[in-house]
Design a protein around this ligand. Sequence first.
Ligand SMILES: [Zn+2]
Length: 387
Amino acid sequence: MLFRDTNLNDRQVDLRLENGRIAAVADSKTLAPLPGEEVLLNGRITAPFAEPHVHLDAALLGARMPNRSGTLREGIANWAVLREELTVEDVRERAIETAEMYAQTGTLRIRTHVDTGSLLAVETLVGLKAEFASRGIDLQVVAFPQEGILRAPGRLEQWEEAVRMGCDAVGGIPHFERTTEEGWDSVRRVFDLAERTDTLIDFHCDETDDPHSRNLEVVCAETLDRGWQGRVVAGHCTALHSYNAPHAAKVIELVAEAGVQVIANPLDNVVLQGRYDTYPRRRGITRVDQLWEAGALVGIGHDSVQDPWYRLGTANMLDPAYMLIHVSQLTSEHEMRRVFDTLSGDNHLPFGGPPRLEAGERGQLLWWAEDDPIEVIRTRTPPRVFR
Ligand SMILES: [Zn+2]
């Protein structure tokens, strides 16, 4: 396979793929096609996309028990019923079907949360890593206590057991614990468990419109005090949208200092947040422009693929990118390009960083017939995927 005169990191190159590896990268029009070699002309090459935040245990369940009101509350109630009916085969089949939807639209690394309220789902997803790898997809699993760890007896133990079963990261949901103090306590317990088990950390953090939900600053302080920079992710952070300006500025500075990566999930949050508002109604998306401006790390998640919380979803990462550009008003030319670059760039940070597209490296990449990222986002046409 030879790509000729193709844009790679804003340089025109020729690139050859051979036996699953990048065999050569050279100046444009310097590599001649070998006999019988397929050639793709022009366009753009990027690294594959990464998905830092999805729930494969709940994916594709949206039609099985429709969320008729479309609200977070009914989504949680439906999931509580559906979770009790899960079987190994069901979790397995839906996870693989969803992962293939991701792979076919260019995403080859997936970090899934799994509700530790179902150890069957935990065991099934952790057990799927080899199957995913055989399809060219890297899978990470986060032990996510959907209903908190301190609200009811038994949940803490299930969550600890889930981590012992081989999850890559410890999850938490501090804003959902009973009190502010118990939320902060849960944050520290997440760090304690991750330290004991040498795992990563990935919170659902302040996914509320309540400006008094203040867990992100605790996450950042713990990250700094424990020297855990680079290992901690905070998803959603929608309360940040509603903080007053001085407090938001303080927290954003702390996020940047702590190297905590904030994952925006614009598809779910634009429909699930703001539900207690009449008008004006808030957008409920974290402050991506200000985080970027402060030098903080940001990623973009799809979060839901046809699950009890969000009936829509294609697993094409260009969809949340498109939504984010709209709801966060990231419509300058520079910002639209940055959103596109995030999918193949900073979205890989939870996996240790973006793959390098150089000679000798693994031959996983995307080829876009359209060179202009803004056109790619406009049409959301999938690339050719090499995995
Ligand atoms: Zn989530």
